[in-house]
Design a protein around this ligand. Structure first.
Ligand code: SF4
Length: 497
């Protein structure tokens, strides 16, 4: 069942909001659902939703908007286009076909490998510019619309020479506009508290692609919470660094006051900054039903943490674990990363030393290390860095699994092979487009990637130079290439201190 938290309208212009994965994920994607809501309240627009498992048959679709959150989402995009009998390449479509557009983190990070498939793309935050885009779409034919769209900041029409990233002002709080028991987060009201992160870890797109760090006004967050408490008791706060909100403590105290007044709230918080783990915070989370929480340390060695700009001291990590244990949590998940540039064998052994120390000081407390592997991403200071080899990363995984298990520490690992292809896609250029189609036609497994690459004879560059011209340099985005180079060099120097 779905509950709409707003008044819907309709119209003659049919816009299909397409999510390139299953509906459960679509319903839990805040960015996608919020843009759907914007379309659904716009007079004159008939907004429809579809996903890979829930297509709709509609003859008069005038535009299709895709939201791409994950590097492999192109598979779902192609699947939906094919099912709707729409040619994959925009050059093969004519005036009678719908306009096809895309936005989302993948497009903002690097639109190049995807631009052959879309008529236009949204770079950056969509919410402030989407109403302007809809006005143009519903009042103009395809070619007129594309001409007008070029003038909107954040809209990239392939072929133009540059585009400025759209940065929203966060005037209206973004929250789950449609509650559903089909959502991956069943009946959960997700509310965005802040966007971006002030910490600027050198690999992090959540921080660098969302500069500057912004947050919503306290009163608006509280109003949204009050609105939704009439419909659900499950509330999740979202943001890369929610604890940096100046009123974070007050928001948490407000939620606590609701629990104390008898409301059966279920609270969810994605992860806490280590320095925000206080007894007060953990007690509120526990009251809100949370048994486990997550902190992100990325590296166990202090040298590497300094290098990536995650300036955490080991004592702070140990203190966060202790506070979590003493105040009622049952366990902690610790996000970490292997393959960070300059990483040595000693840095890997540090995970074992730190894990042992954490376990010894917190007997009976559940600890899980969740390891991803470093994926270089455009427009971050580490965009030039080389990725460690598959063989080396897999051997580090085996070592950590074996050694950490000796202390009763659970481990989880991302797939090194898929992380490799994620890195390739992240830094790919326009010439990768035919490979994407080939990969899709051949089932999208690892073998299909390898075969497509072999057939194409394309060379994958794994080690970039700061003098290189990069495919995505045409995007005008903070802080700018020169400042990224400065930061990259500053951190490299720091890694030897
Ligand atoms: S603290 Fe987390 S969200 Fe912030 S920059 Fe570092 S990795 Fe990104």
């Amino acid at each position: 069942m779905e509950k709409y938290l707003y008044k819907r309208t309709s119209g003659n212009y049919t816009l299909l909001m397409a999510y390139p994965a299953i509906e459960a994920f679509a319903l839990s994607s805040l960015g996608y659902m919020w843009l759907y809501k914007i379309a659904d309240v716009t007079e004159g627009i008939n907004a429809l939703r579809c996903s890979t498992d829930k297509l709709i048959s509609c003859k008069n679709i005038e535009s299709i908007a895709f939201s791409m959150s994950f590097d492999f989402d192109f598979m779902g995009v192609f699947e939906i286009l094919e099912k709707l009998n729409i040619p994959l390449y925009s050059k093969d479509r004519n005036a009678a076909h719908p306009l096809v557009l895309a936005g989302g983190p993948v497009i903002t990070t690097n639109p190049c490998p995807y631009e052959a498939f879309f008529d236009f793309m949204i770079i950056g935050d969509g919410e402030d510019i989407f109403p302007k885009i809809l006005e143009i779409l519903k009042n103009h034919n395809k070619s007129e619309a594309l001409e007008l769209l070029k003038d909107i900041e954040g809209v990239y029409v392939p072929g133009v020479s540059s585009v400025k990233k759209a940065t929203a002002e966060l005037t209206n709080v973004i929250y789950t506009p449609v509650l559903s028991d089909n959502s991956f987060f069943k009946d959960t009201f997700i509310i965005e508290v802040s966007r971006g992160c002030m910490n600027r870890c050198a690999f992090c797109t959540a921080s660098y692609l969302n500069l500057p760090f912004r947050y919503y006004e306290y009163n608006k967050i509280i109003d949204a919470i009050d609105l939704v408490l009439k419909y659900t008791n499950k509330i999740a706060l979202l943001g890369a660094q929610i604890s940096a909100h100046p009123a974070f403590k007050d928001i948490m105290l407000y939620l606590e006051s609701k629990i104390d007044a008898g409301q059966q709230l279920e609270l969810g918080i994605s992860s806490l900054r280590v320095d925000a783990v206080t007894p007060e915070m953990i007690k509120i989370l526990v009251k809100g039903g949370q048994k486990h929480s997550t902190i992100a340390i990325e590296a166990a060695s202090e040298r590497l943490r300094r290098y990536i700009n995650k300036n955490l001291k080991e004592e702070q990590i140990l203190n966060a674990v202790k506070i979590s244990r003493e105040n009622g949590l049952k366990g902690l998940k610790i996000y970490s990363m292997i393959g960070i540039p300059t990483e040595t064998e000693e840095d890997i052994k540090e995970f074992v030393r730190l894990g042992k120390r954490i376990k010894e000081e917190n007997k009976g407390f559940g600890i899980e290390f969740s390891f991803s592997s470093f994926v270089p991403k455009p427009n971050t200071p580490f965009q030039w860095c080389e990725r460690d080899s598959i063989k080396s990363l897999e051997s580090k995984q085996k070592y950590l699994k074996r050694e950490l298990a000796k202390f009763g520490i659970q481990t989880k690992f991302s797939s090194i092979k898929w992380d490799y292809w994620q890195a390739v896609l992240s830094r790919a250029g326009k010439d990768f487009a035919p490979l994407l189609v080939d990969i899709y036609k051949n089932g999208g497994n690892i073998g299909a990637y390898k075969a497509a690459l072999k057939k194409s004879e394309l060379q994958i560059n794994n080690d970039f130079n700061t003098e290189d011209e990069l495919f995505w340099d045409f995007i005008d985005i903070e802080p700018g290439k020169q400042l990224l180079i400065n930061e990259y060099k500053r951190l490299l120097k720091r890694s030897f201190d």
